[in-house]
Design a protein around this ligand. Sequence first.
Ligand code: GRF
Length: 208
Amino acid sequence: MLHLAVFASGRGSNLESIAHAISRGNLDAEIVLVLSNNSTSGALDFAREHGIPAVHLSSKTNPDPEDFVSRMKSELKNRGVDFIALAGYMKKVPPDVVNIYANRITNIHPALLPAFGGKGMYGLNVHKAVLESGARITGVTVHIVTNDYDVGPIVAQECIPVWDGDTPESLASRVLELEHRLYPEALQLFAQDRITVNGLRTIHQPPA
Ligand code: GRF
């Protein structure tokens, strides 16, 4: 069972899909903390509506960088967090926290890494780049978070076709549907202790 913190900056639809997977019994986890840098994020609203501890932490709430990191660490520790799922979190996780939770932080990216990742590759930018490249498939990647953007070991990927006539918006919405299924499935691999990390690769144990 994972004691999960979900970090999110925006509407929070991946947070919702994780919460639904838990309530349907498809993910052995409890969300013990939702943390956002954005006080108006849908993710914080969802957490409050569902009785999940919700924390707004940003350079506005905690302007001093050291204070920011120590508040993040104490929120995680006080809630007994043992795994962090980034779900549309638009800030870098401080290196201190990445080290404490080594191989225990995942991110979901709306394309097939290692293509279409890195700085600036978020939101519709990703889908625009996919269309401009002429790629015939795109998809979703769940990967482990390291100190660099989008380059950590890949845990799960799935692809969908790019159709003629697709727009960045139509791709975003088909990819998002896939995200909502894949992220809880990938987290369940960790809940079942089936993932180990070896350098840049993840090793998957078969189901028990
Ligand atoms: C998703 O597309 C995710 O892949 C990306 O940010 C978006 C977050 O969407 N990292 P939501 O806030 O979960 O609805």
